[in-house]
Design a protein around this ligand. Structure first.
Ligand SMILES: [Zn+2]
Length: 212
């Protein structure tokens, strides 16, 4: 089974993916995490990707496709859940071709629909402790003292691409490039749309119904 998750940054794909992967014995491939690992390790791919990510732009198709194709060659038990890929029609077509060659295909493409204002609110407020890595949020889980960790007192840091300007840019880029991906899977009869604005448990319930 191969499931693709589609949805803007902040739509809750990561949270839902982790829970679903556990329940259904799927290997969760989060391309954002894979890219950040490459950046942290200072690989050639990571250095190339970093400049795009810092601006809130998408990493070019050939880089992403190469990374995913390489990863799909490693056999997995159970199915695969792709989170963060494909984000363009070129990536979706390259994925179809790679799977075709292996005699498989995408089973379901799940789209998490969340209104733009809600996405900006969720994304622009995130912060992480530079000491213990604890996660905070200006609205949902603020620290007691501004920009200071409740547990260890270290300074909170914000990801470069979580600044409000970068967030709006990311959402614009997302909409422009990913809307045709929805059409791609809709035409193939594989698209399932889920209301990602609901509570986490309600989203998970809809999701399980969609993949069964
Ligand atoms: Zn801390």
């Amino acid at each position: 089974m191969l499931i693709v998750f589609l949805g803007a940054p902040g739509a809750g794909k990561g949270t839902q993916a982790k829970a679903l992967a556990e329940k259904k014995n799927l290997t969760h491939l989060a391309t954002g995490d894979m890219l950040r690992a490459e950046v942290a390790a200072g690989t050639e791919l990571g250095l190339m990707a970093r400049a795009f990510m810092d601006r809130g732009d998408l990493v070019p198709d050939d880089v992403m496709i190469g990374m995913i194709k390489g990863r799909l060659k490693t056999p997995v038990s159970g199915g695969i859940l792709l989170d963060g890929f494909p984000r363009t029609v070129a990536q979706a077509r390259a994925l179809d071709e790679a799977l075709d060659a292996a005699g498989t295909g995408v089973d379901r493409a799940i789209f998490f629909e969340v209104p733009t204002e809600e996405l900006v609110r969720r994304l622009a407020g995130r912060a992480t402790c530079s000491g213990c890595q604890r996660a905070y949020h200006d609205t949902f889980h603020p620290p007691r003292n501004a920009d200071e960790c409740d547990d260890c007192g270290a300074k909170l840091v914000r990801r470069e691409d979580d600044r409000p300007e970068a967030v709006r840019n990311r959402l614009d880029v997302y909409r422009t490039q990913t809307t045709p991906v929805l059409d791609h899977y809709r035409a193939a009869g594989k698209l399932v749309e889920i209301d990602g604005g609901q509570a986490i448990d309600a989203v998970q319930e809809e999701l399980i119904a969609a993949v069964e």
